[in-house]
Design a protein around this ligand. Structure first.
Ligand SMILES: NC(=O)c1ccc[n+]([C@@H]2O[C@H](COP(=O)([O-])OP(=O)(O)OC[C@H]3O[C@@H](n4cnc5c(N)ncnc54)[C@H](O)[C@@H]3O)[C@@H](O)[C@H]2O)c1
Length: 396
């Protein structure tokens, strides 16, 4: 029986610094992970990670293809920017490896579809780390909602707004490895996907229409490097039952905010509602710099130097599933349950692409607001993937 997985890391930027280094080296999942190799064209990040993991020079690569060809691995984790999830994932799956990617599955529907199809074709494992799925509050909300105690879901407002220093390229040290991350990505791609996935996990409904509004005031005013991007995006999602959600996300609130991410959610149903005070996990501190909400549920630095929390157990569970599949402990039914479009983040990628398309085709006002168009998701799936795939995903 296999007890360790040989892992290659593709991309070692800020998500590895903020989350995955703890998973790999200081968590209860670390004993099953042997971090064997790294591929990242950025020398600084490649060597920072290589040194941290004790990876010898001959297993540090600029090109992931070379890593996959030269090193004996069981799985890779693809930590590259969203638009670069697909190619390494497909290459690894085709090479017989299992793959873990951070959310979102991909930046486009086409990419997400190709990744899902390749996992199905090769029989290998694909897992997407939406860590909010492991947040005990989201899990409890899901169980309670699905027990029927609140009746029929009607409307929701979720919001998730980051401090400006996350997106500000003038902030030192810079949060993202790539200097133009906040310009290439949007609050929709970085944040809305978390809330879309968490909400859909709770209500288990299929989205059918999206329209978005974007607000661009703070980011273009930054100095000396201005960012041509949105401060805030409101994504309106209509579900097949007629229920509606507003997912409001941004990354321009002042750095004095009480948490890195100010976030919350309210779901209103025919017979009750749920409030998710996600940024008030119960530990508030006051010190010389101000008042802060601390979230030990996400990352908890234990006395024995290990790190726990749903930021770690989210991806950790994916590796447990890989190990189970390797050891023949995953039944066909279990595997089928992990290969649904919802679990593989298809619907979230769909909401994301629709929000981006809505804004791109929208009307930009002189006030800095952009009023996006209405995007029909059935049409979008059919246009992007064709009628056969649309039927497969239930959009025909
Ligand atoms: N930063 C976070 O806290 C966070 C949280 C959850 C999920 N994510 C997701 O993680 C992914 C990575 O985001 P990030 O914040 O780490 O971005 P980042 O820009 O900080 O890092 C990306 C890294 O990928 C490397 N890279 C680029 N092209 C590559 C290639 N072809 N092969 C190998 N490496 C390559 C870059 O050099 C860089 O080191 C994104 O999908 C993002 O949405 C990030």
């Amino acid at each position: 029986m296999k007890i360790k997985l040989r892992i290659g890391i593709i991309g070692a930027g800020s998500v590895v610094r903020e989350i995955y280094q703890h998973l790999y080296f200081r968590s209860s999942y670390s004993p099953m992970l042997e971090i064997c190799a790294v591929a990242d064209p950025n020398e600084q990040f490649r060597n920072w990670f290589g040194d941290l993991a004790g990876i010898p020079a001959e297993r540090r690569f600029t090109d992931y293809q070379e890593m996959i060809a030269k090193v004996k691995l069981d799985a890779v984790q693809v930590n590259t920017p969203d638009h670069l999830h697909c190619a390494p994932t497909v290459a690894a799956l085709n090479a017989g490896l299992d793959v873990v990617v951070p959310k979102p599955t991909a930046a486009t529907l086409k990419d997400a579809h190709l990744m899902i199809e390749t996992a199905k074709k090769t029989g290998r494992y694909l897992g997407v780390d939406f860590h909010k799925r492991e947040d005990p509050r989201i899990k409890e909300a899901e169980a309670r909602f699905q027990s029927g105690r609140y009746g029929t879901f009607q409307a929701a407002v979720f919001y998730m707004v980051d401090k400006l220093n996350i997106a500000d390229p003038n902030h030192s040290p810079r949060f993202f490895a790539s200097p133009n991350f906040a310009e290439k990505n949007t609050p929709a791609s970085f944040l809305t996907v978390h809330m879309a996935d968490a909400l859909m996990k709770i209500i288990n409904l299929v989205p059918v229409q999206v329209s978005a509004r974007g607000y661009s005031h703070k980011l273009p005013s930054l100095k000396p490097i201005a960012v041509n991007g949105y401060d805030l995006v409101d994504t309106e999602v209509l579900f097949d039952t007629g229920a509606v959600a507003h997912l409001i996300t941004g990354w321009a609130i002042p750095n004095s905010a009480w948490a890195n991410t100010v976030q919350s959610g309210r779901l209103i149903c025919s017979d009750g509602l749920i409030d998710l005070a996600l940024d008030m996990p119960g530990l508030r501190e006051i010190h010389a710099d101000g008042i802060f909400e601390v979230n030990p549920l996400f990352k908890n630095f234990e006395k024995d130097k290990s790190v726990t929390g749903y930021g770690i157990s989210g991806p950790g569970r994916l590796y447990q599933q890989i190990l189970a599949q390797h050891n023949g402990q995953m039944s066909a039914t279990d595997r089928a349950g992990l290969m649904t479009p919802m679990i593989l983040g298809f619907h979230t990628a769909l909401v994301l692409e629709a929000a981006e398309k809505s804004l791109a085709a929208g009307q930009r006002l002189t006030t800095g607001a952009t009023l996006g168009t209405v995007v029909d998701l059935r049409q979008l799936v059919a246009n992007e993937l064709g009628d056969i795939a649309a039927k497969e995903y239930g959009y025909a």
